[in-house]
Design a protein around this ligand. Structure first.
Ligand SMILES: Nc1ncnc2c1ncn2[C@@H]1O[C@H](COP(=O)(O)OP(=O)(O)OP(=O)(O)O)[C@@H](O)[C@H]1O
Length: 311
């Protein structure tokens, strides 16, 4: 599924465009077009989430990330502009209802939304809403729980509230996966987890993407985004500040700093090393590749010295 944003602006004060007539929409657009920027949570956002891609979303706190992703399954509708799923406008209730089944949205701290008496019922909530047979619901619950590393037979009848925080998040995640979404939209999925669970979750998300799932992930960790994303979107004050490959987006550290972000540590260190005269050929560095290239450079310098050549 391709999700396209066409000149989307959103104001929490302005409400939704969905129920307005064409004339009313034009009038609103004209009126709100002159409103000060501060009013807008999103402002004139045009972009597309391509099928199968991993789109990372970054931005300073309050830059509009959560508002943006809530447009992706029709939970929030634009004040101005349109969101299209494979060309169909989410302003149409039927389209939005269908898209909601294909675009799985995992909120920040999703464990706070667990509600059922048993883990099984919680994970089964979405599939049951889709009016699937109980046999199919059970198949999906079992599979979704397996995917997140939980055993349905052992945990299905337990209360979700008796589980550890990490397990609760897995249950919440399984509830979205049980809908078998085409697109997975994650708002800070590893926030608040311990380092081991963090790494587990990120590996899990990477596996979904490797299987062909489209993933949109909001994160404050530039390192995680650099590692996982095909493209990164940077929002600033509700506007698209940058959209490109991690190497493109992290190339201009000064510009990023101006919107309250910092390039990943290995990337920033590589920049400093270049300024100090090191030759570092790659566009994007993680710790391991940076260590390899520094070692190669130092080995070359030592060999040249031992051979009597100038370095
Ligand atoms: N329910 C709401 N009512 C009014 N204003 C809101 C509401 N939710 C968000 N806003 C405002 O909209 C703007 C964008 O907020 P949003 O939560 O989308 O940003 P964010 O980038 O996700 O922030 P964070 O990183 O802190 O989660 C902010 O100015 C915020 O104060």
């Amino acid at each position: 599924m391709r999700l396209a944003f066409e000149a989307v602006s959103y104001s929490y004060a302005g409400g939704e465009d969905r129920k307005r007539s064409r004339k009313a929409k034009r009038e609103r657009e004209a009126a709100w077009g002159n409103a000060p920027d501060a009013v807008w949570a999103l402002r004139d956002v045009t972009l597309a989430v391509e099928p199968g891609e991993f789109l990372g979303v970054a931005g300073h706190t309050g830059s509009g990330k959560s508002t943006l992703i809530q447009h992706m399954n029709g939970l929030v509708h634009p004040t101005c502009g349109r969101v299209l799923a494979d060309g169909a406008d989410l302003a149409d209730k039927k389209v939005a209802a269908q898209v909601r089944q294909s675009v799985g949205l995992v909120f920040q701290y999703p464990e706070n939304q667990l509600f059922a008496n048993t883990v099984y019922d919680d994970v089964a909530f979405g599939p049951r809403n889709m009016k699937l047979s109980e046999v199919e619901v059970e198949r999906r619950v079992r599979e979704a729980m397996e995917l997140v590393g939980l055993d349905m037979d052992a945990l299905g009848e337990r209360s979700p509230f008796d589980l550890s925080g990490g397990q609760q998040r897995r249950v919440a995640f399984a509830g979205v996966l049980a809908m078998e979404p085409e697109v997975l939209v994650l708002d800070e999925p590893v926030a608040g987890l311990d380092p081991l669970s963090r790494a587990d979750f990120l590996a899990l998300i990477a596996r979904f993407h490797a299987r062909g799932m489209t993933v949109v992930m909001v994160s404050h960790s530039m390192e995680d985004l650099a590692l996982l994303s095909d493209r990164i979107l940077v929002l600033s004050e509700g506007r698209v500040f940058a959209l490109g490959t991690p190497a493109e987006v992290f190339a201009d550290a000064t510009a990023l700093k101006a919107v309250g972000l910092a390039a990943p540590a290995p990337q920033a260190f590589a920049s400093s090393l270049r300024e100090a005269g090191f030759h570092l050929p790659r566009d994007l560095y993680d710790e391991a590749t940076l260590a390899t290239d520094i070692a190669a450079q130092l080995a070359g310098a030592t060999a040249a010295k031992e051979g009597g050549a100038d370095v």
